[in-house]
Ligand binder design. Structure first.
Ligand code: ATP
Ligand code: MG
Length: 429
C-alpha cells in the first residue's frame, strides 16, 4: 500500500470542516483590518530563505526541503511565507502602493522536522504582514488582531507575551553582555547552544533544552535597548493597555528567526500544552533590505493552522457540539418526495442525507443512527397522502407528526432550544 509521505497528511472529515470554518474567521478578521490576500508560489529560490530567515536558524540549518531542479537551480519548498511576501513586495514594487501595505496569506509550508502532535512536515500557515510603516501603533494593532482571533476561536486562557529584541544599534552590545554572562555556564549548554554561544547567543534564550532557571538568571535585553527601541517598546505597551489587550513582557522571548527587530510577540493558550504558541510574530525592519530592497520597516505574525484546529476540535468534543444533521427515510416510491424535502431543508441551512437504499424503516433508522443524525424525517405512504411527515428527535427518542410545510420550522425550534440549553450550561471563557 502506498501511504502519505512521512509528516504529511490528508485533511478530511471533521478536520476539513473545522479547517474551513477557522479559515473563514481568519480571513474575515484580517479583511476587517484592511488586509488584502496574497498567494505566493510554494517553491522559491533557496537563496531567499538563506538571506531572510538566516543561516544560523533551525529552519535553514536543518529543516528545509531544498533540491536542485532539472535546470540546476537550487529551489526550496517554502518553510514560511514572510520571506515570500517580502520578495513579492520588492519584485512588484509594492512601495508605490499607499502605506502601510497590509497583506495576509494562507497556504502550506514545509519543514523537515520530527513529526509529532501539532508538528508536521507539511503544515498550513495563516499570517498577516504590514509593510512600509514603522509606527508602534501598528505593532499594537497587529497584536490586537492576533488576540481577537484567539478570542473569536474561544481559545482558553489566552495570553500575549511581548518582548523587544532591539535593533542593529543596541543588539550587538547586548549579545556581548549575554556571552559574558553565559561563559560560566558554557559546559552546561546543549551542543547546539555551544555553537550558538559563538554565532548568535540570543538564540540560546529560544532553545527548548536550556533550563528556565538559567534563562531567568541572564541579563535582560530590555535593560540594554537604545533610546529609539526603548521608546518604541514603551509605546507598544501603552497602546496595548489602551486597547484593553492583556499582555505580559517575557524577556526570554526572542523568536527563532534572524530578521526580527524591536517587538516580538507570541500568543499562547493553555489549550495547547507543551507547544503552546498558537502564533508568533514581530517587527522585521531589516528584512526587505536583506533581500535586496530599500529600507522598509515591516511587521507581522504567522499562525499554525493545525494547532488552531487541534484546539478548536478539543473544545468541540468537550462541549459535544455538533452540526444538526437531518436524515430522511421514505416509503416505497417516495424517492422524489424525499429528494424535494431534502432540498427544502438544505435551503434553510440544514445538512441533509437522504437514505440511498430505501426499504424497511427499521433498517433506514439504523442507518440514520449510524450516521449520527440528530433528526430523522420519516415519509411514509399514509403521511404522504395526508401531507405530513413523522419527525423523530434521535437524541430524545421522541416522534411527532408535523405538516410538510411546517417541518423546517419544527426542526429549527427543537435544535434552537437544545443549543440554547447547551450554551447556558457551558459558558465559554
Ligand atoms: P516551534 O517553536 O513550535 O518550532 P517556530 O518558532 O518554529 O515554532 P514559527 O516559525 O514562528 O514557529 O511559525 C509560526 C507558527 O507555525 C507556529 O507558532 C506554529 O503554530 C506553526 N508551526 C511551526 N512549525 C510547524 C510544524 N512543523 N507543524 C505544524 N505547525 C508548525
Ligand atoms: Mg520550529
Amino acid at each position: 500500500m502506498i501511504k502519505t509521505v512521512k509528516g504529511c497528511k490528508d485533511i478530511y472529515g471533521e478536520d476539513i470542516e473545522i479547517f474551513r470554518s477557522v479559515e473563514k474567521v481568519l480571513r474575515d478578521s484580517a479583511r476587517s483590518y484592511g488586509f488584502k490576500e496574497i498567494v505566493p508560489p510554494t517553491l522559491e529560490y533557496s537563496e531567499l530563505f538563506q538571506r531572510s530567515v538566516g543561516e544560523d536558524t533551525d529552519i535553514v540549518e536543518k529543516e528545509m526541503y531544498t533540491f536542485t531542479d532539472k535546470g540546476g537551480r537550487s529551489v526550496t519548498l517554502r518553510p514560511e511565507m514572510t520571506a515570500s511576501v517580502a520578495r513579492a513586495y520588492v519584485e512588484h514594487h509594492f512601495e508605490t502602493l499607499p502605506s502601510p501595505v497590509k497583506l495576509f496569506y494562507i497556504g502550506p509550508c514545509f519543514r523537515y522536522e520530527k513529526p509529532q502532535k501539532g508538528r508536521y512536515r507539511e503544515f498550513y500557515q495563516f499570517g498577516v504582514e504590514v509593510l512600509n510603516d514603522e509606527s508602534p501603533y501598528l505593532d499594537a494593532e497587529v497584536i490586537a488582531l492576533a488576540y481577537e482571533i484567539g478570542e473569536k476561536l474561544h481559545l482558553k486562557d489566552l495570553k500575549v507575551k511581548i518582548n523587544s529584541i532591539g535593533c542593529k544599534k543596541c543588539r550587538p552590545h547586548y549579545k556581548e553582555v549575554l556571552r559574558e554572562a553565559l561563559k560560566p555556564h558554557y559546559e552546561e549548554l546543549c551542543d547546539d547552544c555551544k555553537r550558538r554561544f559563538y554565532t548568535n547567543p540570543l538564540r540560546i534564550l529560544d532553545c527548548k533544552r536550556e533550563s528556565k532557571a538559567l534563562k531567568d538568571s541572564l541579563p535582560k535585553i530590555t535593560d540594554y535597548l537604545c533610546d529609539e527601541c526603548r521608546a518604541h517598546f514603551e509605546k507598544v505597551q501603552k497602546y496595548l493597555s489602551e486597547f484593553g489587550i492583556p499582555f505580559e513582557t517575557d524577556n526570554t522571548l526572542v523568536r527563532g528567526l534572524d530578521y526580527y527587530t524591536k517587538t516580538v510577540f507570541e500568543v499562547v493558550s493553555n489549550d495547547l500544552g507543551a507547544q503552546n504558541a498558537v502564533l508568533g510574530g514581530g517587527r522585521y525592519d531589516y528584512l526587505i533590505e536583506e533581500i535586496g530592497g530599500r529600507h522598509t520597516p515591516g511587521l507581522g505574525f504567522a499562525i499554525g493552522m493545525e494547532r488552531l484546529i487541534e484546539v478548536v476540535k478539543s473544545q468541540k468534543s468537550a462541549q459535544n457540539e455538533k452540526e444538526e444533521l437531518v436524515y430522511i427515510a421514505y416509503g416505497k416510491g417516495l424517492e422524489k418526495e424525499a429528494y424535494l424535502t431534502a432540498k427544502r431543508l438544505r435551503s434553510s441551512g440544514f445538512t441533509v442525507i437522504v437514505d440511498s437504499k430505501g426499504g424497511a424503516f427499521g433498517k433506514q433508522l439504523a442507518r440514520s443512527r449510524k450516521r449520527g443524525a440528530h433528526f430523522t424525517v420519516v415519509i411514509g405512504e399514509d403521511e404522504f397522502k395526508k401531507g405530513t411527515v413523522q419527525l423523530k428527535d434521535m437524541e430524545k427518542q421522541t416522534q411527532t407528526e408535523v405538516k410538510k410545510e411546517e417541518l423546517t420550522e419544527a426542526i429549527a425550534q427543537i435544535s434552537e432550544s437544545k443549543n440554547g440549553a447547551k450554551e447556558s450550561n457551558a459558558p465559554r471563557k
